[in-house]
Ligand binder design. Structure first.
Ligand code: S3P
Length: 452
């Protein structure tokens, strides 16, 4: 059973880091862990459904466990798999069955938990307060609070940031919202509130963002209408529990896809990866750079998500221009894409990517600093960067507690001329528990250290 509210934050006894040997190559097969976005949603929708939702392939990472613990604190019973099985069971309490949590809901490092739960909790008949670790407490929350207030929610933030204080709901009404940024978290928060609102709730986005919420709502029996860039729902009588298969996370696979492009003699195969087209920007961008990536699509997983086996061969990469239209579809993969750019031939120019500044770290700054530490030529821009491909040397890279920065620069060591020490690796567990073991099995040499 999932514990209520165990703490997720901080370094336990010293700073964890990796010492990664330079060079080498990747080879073999990997089954990457479950998709983080889909795992969060399956827990949340399962908790407010009627009946028991069985989830196989759920990502048991710290971020998803934060969501599970918050839902447990509000009365949903969530059972982890038995020793022999692979299936989580969420005992739904129904749309109106959540209970006031006994204290603040601590969501650790997880922006998805905080933003989506704000949408769900602003519709409840009890008040709640959402907090997180130092990174999450610095992230913008008005992007969800603003539209939810328009629906009638009563939400306070502290200068736009957490804690998010949500008052007991006095009724919500659907809105027709033109979102200023393409953000699946904003869209999903509004749709979650829309499950409780009078009338139609409609969100129009300026660009395509991941559509896992829409697909999963449909699989729980909620009609979702999509017209161009607009998605709309009406409050259903109930969500119907069912069995969900969570595909492997393409965002986690991306580290080894890039690694295999840069350094693999016999190629790498990644099995059972989610290839929803609102997520596959990373594959398109890498292909434009010259990557040899073969995607063999398999039948759609339960829950409505397409999956595939992905085969990657060593490739000669070249620099390209990446603009705003490519960004949302590969938003989480930029750290490792920029490592690829630093090892490519020629110049890669990224623009329209200012959203990267408000992720788990300011990813424009942390990527630029990391690449500079490894001797790459890179210019920081307000909305992106210009990376001139060349060679990498060894060095020390601080991830600033950002899981994807830590993993991207671990992969960079494959192309470095000296060892790479990656500082602050603990938060890799927020999205990819077992990352270092997978990397080692595929051929990397990583020593896990705790620095005092
Ligand atoms: C997510 C959406 C993305 C992504 C995040 C997960 C989701 O954020 O960066 O890691 O699960 O909805 P935005 O939608 O804010 O861009």
């Amino acid at each position: 059973m999932v514990d209520e509210q165990k703490p997720f934050v901080g370094n336990r006894g010293g700073m964890e880091s990796y010492l990664v040997e330079p060079g080498g190559s990747l080879a073999g097969e990997i089954i990457v862990p479950g998709d983080k976005s889909i795992s969060h949603r399956s827990l949340m929708f399962g908790a407010i459904a009627d009946g028991i939702t069985e989830i196989d392939g759920l990502l048991a990472s710290e971020d998803c466990l934060a969501t599970a613990a918050a839902l447990t604190a509000m009365g949903a019973k969530i059972e982890a798999p038995e020793m022999a099985g692979d299936c989580w069971r969420v005992h739904g309490v129904g749309l109106r069955g959540l209970k006031r949590p006994p204290g603040n809901l601590d969501l650790g490092n997880s922006g998805t938990s905080m933003r989506l739960l704000t949408g769900l909790l602003c519709a409840q008949s009890f008040s709640s307060t959402l907090v997180g670790d130092s990174s999450l407490m610095a992230r913008p929350m008005e992007r969800v609070a603003v539209p939810l207030r328009l629906m009638g929610a009563r939400i306070k933030t502290s200068d736009g940031r957490p804690p998010v204080m949500i008052e007991r709901c006095q009724g919500l009404t659907g809105i027709d919202y033109q979102a200023p940024v393409a953000s699946a978290q904003v869209k999903s928060a509004i749709l979650l509130a829309g499950l409780y609102a009078k009338g139609v709730t409609r969100v129009t986005e300026p660009g395509v963002s991941r559509d896992h919420t829409e697909r999963m709502l449909a699989s729980f029996g909620v009609p979702v209408i999509r017209k161009g860039m607009t998605v709309e729902i009406e409050a259903p009588a109930a969500l119907r529990a069912h069995r969900i298969s969570v595909p492997g996370d393409l965002s986690s696979a991306a580290f080894f896809i890039v690694g295999a492009c840069l350094a693999s003699n016999k190629g790498v195969t990644l099995r059972n990866v989610g290839v929803n087209t609102t997520r596959t920007g990373v594959i398109e961008i890498l292909r434009k750079m010259g990557a040899k990536i073969d995607v063999a699509t398999a039948p759609t997983a339960k829950g409505g998500e397409p999956i595939a086996d992905i085969r990657v061969a060593r490739s000669r990469l070249k620099g390209i221009d990446i603009d705003a239209s490519d960004v949302a579809l590969a938003i989480d993969e930029f750290p490792v894409l920029m490592v690829a750019a630093a090892c490519a031939e020629g110049v890669t120019r990224v623009s329209g990517a200012e959203e990267l500044r408000v992720k788990e770290s300011d990813r424009i700054r942390t990527v630029v600093d990391g690449l500079v530490a490894l001797g790459a030529k890179v210019d920081e821009k307000p909305d992106g960067m210009i990376v001139t491909g060349g060679s990498l040397k060894g060095g020390v890279v601080d991830s600033h507690g950002d899981h994807r920065i830590a993993m991207a620069f671990t992969i960079a060591a494959l192309m470095a001329s000296g060892p790479v020490r990656v500082l602050n690796t603990r938060n890799i567990a927020t999205s990819f528990p077992g990352f270092a073991d997978h990397a080692t099995r595929l051929g990397m040499a990583i020593t896990q250290e705790t620095l005092s």
